[in-house]
Ligand binder design. Sequence first.
Ligand code: GDP
Ligand code: MG
Length: 177
Amino acid sequence: YIDYNQKIDYVFKIVLIGDSAVGKSQFLARFARNEFNADSKATIGVEFQTKTLAMDNKTVKAQIWDTAGQERYRAVTSAYYRGAVGAMLVYDMTKRQSFDHLARWLEELRGHADKSIIIMLIGNKCDLGSLRAVPTEDGEEFAQRENLFFMETSALEATNVETAFWTVLTEIYTIIS
Ligand code: GDP
Ligand code: MG
């Protein structure tokens, strides 16, 4: 239960990164509004969405930033990363290339964000099992090597979307409280 007149105790900025078309905007829409739009246009302009949550007896506002079609290498500006306490690094498990680009997204993230940022690796589109191009073990291995949380998700079927955000938010909350 959330009393919307209650004061906000914390604002947690979380950024979404990863190649174009991996499902970042739909992943966010699923979490923030429980929506999925099958023929969504590439994100234009929208900066962030918020969701207010109760954690312990505190009110936390998650402010989640979505790249506005800036997914080309080095096109995401440092303002995007500034102040972020969490990041969702997303690939499409049916597109090997989006997985192969993770290292450079991570390099970019680590170059701009705070050292203590909590990062979750997301293998999205797990509903498309027959088209899988990235084995679960590859995701696990990358996450373990780079010290990231890891989850396979489906924004379409709402699989693990809530859990992924809650894991990151809980971890942030534990560290700062
Ligand atoms: P973005 O460029 O990373 O923001 O990707 P979008 O959220 O715009 O999604 C790109 C395409 O993938 C769209 O056609 C979505 O409908 C589709 N998509 C996103 N998430 C999923 C998912 O979990 N499963 C399936 N099957 N398609 C998805
Ligand atoms: Mg988008």
